[in-house]
Design a protein around this ligand. Structure first.
Ligand code: C5P
Length: 291
């Protein structure tokens, strides 16, 4: 088992995000329609002769120790498998922007769980892997399989949904990042004026009606009292003005995406946004991973 294990770690976006309750354990109950997209990090696992589990990335500010969810996921895996911890180097080529609401850290952690599970003879089924993921972070469970899913609870109660009809995403992340706990705190200070029609989105997915899905895309975090949401709105307007069927912030931001059924319009939007916002990408839908 000395050769490297290679996994793609795909980003997620939120077609919709609702917060339905504040819980006693400090978390919030959510209802989110999540979608995996082709923007991804590359994760490579290599066993070493040492005993340390550490991460190496192409970005200097990303921690190599347990502050990195990928390292925590590896430790969690060894503990659950009853294996003594092994020396492991987790090499991550990051392309997914951080602090964007795209599950960049969570998807790396999920890739580590999938990769180690393969290396150790698939000893865990997908449900157990998702449970382990949820113990590492709320979005990790979704990222184990990805695709199109309804996520409830903390984000770990997953129901697979029919895939989103074929479309192209333009995803734009402003220079600033938004901290997830900070935005949840701000959300607790406002009473929400609007909620997404999650049931309507699920029904539109079942009918494969892209227009009906896009009309219903909404994220309650856009309603918080935060100056940065002005930039989010400005980017949404550019996306819509360039022909997006719908545009919304993903997760706790700061990335915003537009959804297009016309690849040329998406390309033109990408070119326009990229002039101002370097962290702009085009992506397509990714299907669920068979684990
Ligand atoms: O689970 P995770 O560590 O990713 O969550 C980070 C923080 O985000 C939590 O400590 C909590 O403040 C907030 N959170 C929440 N409700 C959720 C998910 C996250 O309040 N469903």
């Amino acid at each position: 088992m000395r050769e490297d294990i290679i996994e793609k770690a795909y980003a997620k976006i939120n077609i919709s995000l609702d917060v339905t309750a504040r819980r006693d354990d400090g978390y919030h109950d959510m209802a989110m329609v999540m979608q995996t997209v082709s923007l991804c990090d590359d994760v490579r696992l290599g066993f070493t002769d040492g005993s340390r589990i550490f991460a190496r990335t192409n970005l200097p500010f990303i921690p190599s120790d347990e502050r990195n969810l990928a390292v925590r996921a590896a430790k969690k895996f060894f503990e659950a498998a009853g294996e003594p911890e092994r020396g492991l180097c987790i090499r991550i080529d990051k392309r997914i922007p951080g602090g964007a609401g795209m599950a960049g850290g969570s998807t790396d952690a999920a890739a580590v769980l999938r990769g180690l599970n393969r290396a150790f003879g698939n000893q865990f089924g997908v449900e157990r892997l998702e449970e382990l993921g949820a113990e590492v972070g709320s979005d990790v469970a979704f990222c184990v399989r990805g695709g199109t899913m309804l996520a409830r609870g903390r984000g770990e109660l997953l129901t697979p949904l029919p895939p989103l009809p074929d479309c192209v995403f333009v995803i734009c992340k402003p220079q600033f990042s938004i901290s997830t706990p900070e935005l949840f705190r701000k959300l607790d200070q406002v009473s929400l004026r609007r909620h997404p029609d999650t049931v309507g989105i699920v029904s539109a997915l079942e009918r494969a009606n892209l227009g009906d899905i896009c009309r219903r895309m909404y994220n309650v975090f856009e309603d918080v009292n935060d100056r940065r949401m002005r930039t989010v709105t400005a980017i949404k307007n550019v996306l819509i003005d360039h022909g997006a069927l719908g545009a919304v912030m993903t997760g706790t931001g700061s990335a915003v995406f537009g959804l297009y059924d016309d690849a040329d319009a998406a390309r033109k939007t990408f070119d326009a946004l990229r002039r101002e916002w370097r962290s702009t990408a085009m992506a397509k839908i990714m299907p669920r991973i068979e684990v």
